[in-house]
Design a protein around this ligand. Structure first.
Ligand code: PMP
Length: 353
């Protein structure tokens, strides 16, 4: 074997661009256009340099307690990690590496197949229907499946399914873990959290990166039965005891407790999304109904690549994938009202040609 042969080759996940130019209207990574709660800054400035001499709290008690208090779910049923990406990666290792195929939709978060490859988990990308909807029946009675994962609302489509849909999949897979990735649920989805009482095989994963406006802080969390949470913790403590750092735990916990501010920015984003949807429709875009902080749209006439490039020339960034079925679609994050006006104005010019 050569040195080359010994080096692992893997196609990594490609995150959306993070340009440093502040003039750019950045609608490509579903960040929140508003700052985090004012409680964040208060807690951040209260941090003492001396606190950083020590390792952070391995269990992030302050953060877990804040999450427990606002959701009314016991601390034993909560896990926190460095963004939901880390929580998801641990969950893949904890639940899906024992043999069998992992099932997820063909149009979904493009990190799922990357983790599956990384951990040598066989998987099937199950085709969504012609409207990009997930069909619950495709996830029932699959004998060699090892588990199921899907976002709800789905990404990048923005389509939300009701709780009854999630329950059908849970009830049909009592011997497998079903992960519902609720990264975007706060923008209009129906959460699966009430099902935790009834289903031991449910894990719900959330993030502070979207509706809580703290993508830069890197906090994700999971809810599940004690058995599932303990399994994910065992993976974490086999990897790195100190994942979240002190500077994330303290301000993150303070910001999470500010539910008034949270409600306010979520409703503002939903309102802007509805205005953006009307504007896009008038310009000849088609898109599935969005319950997220983005709209997945294609133009009836102009290729997606062309529109994306023209927007980019005007310093407006949106996300697009050169993948089967969706290459003409752009995933456009809901920005501020001003950013949305600029977007619609430029799209008006582009589509008038
Ligand atoms: N799940 C979905 C569906 C997402 O779109 C994202 C954002 N890329 C994540 C999880 C990860 O978010 P984070 O790691 O910032 O919590």
């Amino acid at each position: 074997m050569t040195l080359q042969d010994r080096i692992r080759k893997i196609a990594p996940y490609v995150p959306g661009e993070q340009p440093q130019d502040r003039d750019i209207i950045k609608l490509n990574t579903n960040e929140c256009p508003y700052p985090p709660s004012p409680r964040f800054a208060e807690a951040y400035s209260s941090l003492s340099p001396a606190d950083f001499r020590r390792y952070p709290d391995t269990e992030a008690h302050e953060l877990v307690q804040a999450i427990s208090d606002i959701y009314g779910i016991p601390v034993e049923q909560i896990f926190v990690g460095v963004g939901s990406d880390e929580v998801l990666a641990f969950a893949f290792q904890a639940f899906f590496t024992g043999g069998g195929r992992l099932l997820f939709p063909d149009i979904t978060y493009s990190f799922y197949p990357v983790w599956a490859e990384l951990y040598h988990i066989p998987f099937t990308a199950v085709p969504t229907d012609q409207d990009f909807r997930i069909r619950a029946e495709d996830y029932l009675g699959v004998d060699d499946a090892c588990g199921v994962i899907f976002p709800n609302p789905n990404a990048p489509t923005g389509i939300a399914e009701p709780r009854s849909f999630v329950e059908r999949i849970l009830a049909g897979n009592p011997d497998k873990v079903v992960i519902v990735d609720e990264a975007y649920v706060d923008f209009g989805g129906e959460t699966a959290l009430p099902l935790l009482e009834k289903y031991e095989n449910l894990m719900v994963i959330r993030t502070c990166s979207k509706s809580r406006a703290m993508a830069g802080l890197r906090i994700g969390y999971a809810f599940g039965s004690r058995q599932l949470i303990d399994a994910v913790k065992a993976i974490k403590f086999s990897f790195n005891s100190y994942t979240l750092n002190h500077a994330s735990i303290i301000p993150g916990a303070a910001a999470i407790r500010d539910t008034v501010y949270f409600d306010e920015i979520c409703s503002r984003i939903i309102k802007t999304r509805e205005r953006m949807a009307q504007g896009l429709k008038k310009l000849g875009f088609v898109f599935p109904p969005s319950s997220a902080n983005f709209i997945f749209a294609k133009h009836e006439r102009i290729p997606g690549r062309e529109i994306q490039e023209k927007l980019r020339e005007k310093k407006i960034y949106v996300r697009r994938w050169d993948a089967p079925r969706i290459s003409d679609y752009m995933r456009i994050t809901v920005g501020t009202d001003e950013e949305t006006d600029r977007l619609l104005e430029e799209l008006g010019r582009i589509t008038a040609c």
